[in-house]
Design a protein. Sequence first.
Length: 451
Amino acid sequence: MSSNPVAETVASLMPRAKEELAELVAFRSVADFDQFPRSESEGAARWVADALTAEGFQDVALLDTPDGTQSVYGYLPGPEGARTVLLYAHYDVQPPLDEAAWTTPPFELTERDGRWYGRGAADCKGGVIMHLLALRALRANGGVPVHVKVIAEGSEEMGTGGLERYAEQHPELLEADTVVIGDAGNFRAGLPTVTTTLRGMTMVRVRIDTLAGNLHSGQFGGAAPDALAALIRVLDSLRAEDGSTTVEGLAPGAAWEGLEYAEEQFRQDAKVLDGVELIGSGTVADRIWARPAVTVIGIDCPPVVGATPSVQAGARALISLRVPPGMDAGEATKLLQAHLEAHTPWGARVSTEQIGEGQPFRADTASPAYQAMAAAMAVAYPGQEMQYAGQGGSIPLCNTLAGLYPRAEILLIGLSEPEAQIHAVNESVSPDELQRLSVAEALFLRNYAAS
């Protein structure tokens, strides 16, 4: 990185950043209070609020959102007449999955092979630290030249929409000229990238019932309708032979125009086993950024260990459907529910319930904010030109903010490059990426203020 005062300041702050990220990662802040204590999320929220207060933010508040979680808000005034920039991250995290499968404890930040490991290190507690580093670097080098609002969400990973509904009820709170969402990532480590599209999502729970109770498979199997077998048939109907998503009535999607994703690189990033084929058709970028994708993310059925020879009376599954830009998530939900009901065999009783939804997002890249970010990235990543990429994941707040503030520019950056393995075992963050992106964000705020 070429030497400049902002970059030098961020570099000097990295030991402190590591200590703070360790403190934040230590909170088991999964916003599923049936599995994890509410106090862990509340503790993380207080940590963020205290950090904002220490940085001179005003009006710092823990916002009780309609889904029963807390988001953290703060306002840092800039020069009179300056633009306002909203910085977003979330402090809630995905469950750690199998904690025993982690090389080191998931809620204990651990340095290994040049990376920092821990749940939320990249997604998205590292994003909170990135915002703090950028602001500290500016304060040490002439001051923050814009008004800054920070919002740290407490339930983004659950998709329960608490902050979206709160923002709709308080539309003035998050109003800004530009929004920087710190919850995306570079296409690969070292390649500066802004995410210009996000797939939306819907989650539907399906339940199938066939019997008043489980039956002995020897006495009744062969004639008694098996609910688990019916569910398996329904789930299989959601994919074509090549693995493409096939929800009746849902358009197949479009072709991606922009940065391409080499198949071999994708296989490495996704850690696909040797000899196993990728699914779907078209380019990898088409499949993960521009087309719908269904995933069965959970099934309630007897585990193999302890299973009895029974015909199952009931079974259920949780299904995620990613929805690309150009499709409406609400309409996709209706089509998915209709498909599940239409493909349930044997007259079995079926019920569906939507438990989460977020609309897809497409950014306007022809704007002063994108020019300011491109110039900042060129300094933070010498010799690299800023790239535009899509992201298969969902950040429902983006469309809420775009709807509330249609003139606002929205940029998505972040720490979730492929090696980070977000949502998986052994999630990690590259401290080099944290350092460079913090420099980029600081320089962006300076460039944007001058544009």
